[in-house]
Design a protein around this ligand. Structure first.
Ligand code: HEM
Length: 244
């Protein structure tokens, strides 16, 4: 162990990889099956900024990396470690320090060949009105918020190489799980639940297949009106958020 500014830190080097901010691998599916932001567009260009800069720019070092505050890293044995945050008053305040050098952990330009943690990452959604967003995740693999919490409590489904270090078994109690679900449900705006203004919608004409001659069949969804509906919008399959 080393000590930096009075903070005891592991002496081993930590593995720090660059990735697009806000995109994480939470271990829903194996990376090879579902590369997410690690894939390419139809023209063969990387979907992520990180890998795009590495591939397209002759000198990607001209782009810059932003160190993540509160970053958790992996030590040489693959165990998560928390590098020390620079103390208040330090010139590096707000940044995470390299245990070996005491300097900010990610600084300098992006290297063309450095490894990244882009594969298997997906965009982190906001959680407003998440009660109505089921089935959850980009896979639609979880039907209720309880299933989402159980997934996080398990530390994800697959031990991907790029798994975000914060995704690890949580050992939540039953009471903590219920409290977390109640919190997520509290993010529902009652105006959304009843489609009241500004969350009402005008009359919508939606294509719904075609007839035998190949002509579009349209379905009309009536306008709600600013006062909203008398019945609430329903959750996925009408399931309770607490249902396992
Ligand atoms: C216990 C703590 C957490 C809770 C309750 C939670 C809740 C959720 C929920 C409900 C969704 C699905 C939203 C939807 O489908 O509309 C979601 C998706 C997501 N969360 Fe979390 N989250 C937690 C921790 C984290 C952490 C620590 C990270 C990042 C390291 C993260 C990153 C993501 C990402 C990337 C997605 C989208 C995944 C996909 O669709 O593939 N979450 N989260």
């Amino acid at each position: 162990m080393n000590s930096i500014n009075g903070v005891t830190v592991p002496a081993q080097p930590v593995r720090v990889n660059t990735y697009d901010a806000g995109w994480y691998d939470v271990g829903l599916r194996p990376i090879l099956e579902n590369p997410g932001l690690g894939g390419n567009d139809p023209f063969g260009n990387p979907l992520s900024w990180t890998e795009y800069f590495q591939k397209v720019f002759a000198n990607p070092q001209n782009s810059f990396k932003v160190p993540g505050g509160g970053l958790t890293c992996i030590d040489a044995n693959g165990n998560p470690v928390v590098p020390p945050a620079a103390p208040i008053g330090s010139v590096f305040v707000g940044e995470v320090l390299d245990p070996a050098t005491g300097t900010p952990i990610i600084s300098g330009g992006l290297q063309k060949t450095e490894s990244t943690d882009v594969a298997g990452t997906f965009k982190t959604p906001q959680l407003r009105n998440v009660e109505f967003n089921g089935p959850y995740f980009h896979t639609g693999g979880k039907g209720t918020l309880r299933q989402v919490i159980d997934f996080y409590d398990d530390g994800g489904n697959f031990p991907n190489m790029t798994l975000a270090p914060l995704i690890r078994p949580l050992a939540l109690t039953e009471a903590q799980k219920k409290a977390l679900i109640a919190f997520l449900v509290s993010l529902t705006d009652e105006r959304v639940r009843f489609q009241q203004a500004p969350f009402d919608h005008p009359e919508l004409v939606v294509p719904a297949g075609q007839d035998a001659s190949g002509n579009d069949i349209n379905t009309t969804v009536a306008a709600v009106g600013a006062a909203g509906a008398t019945t609430p919008i329903s959750r996925f399959l009408g399931l309770s958020p607490f249902a396992p």
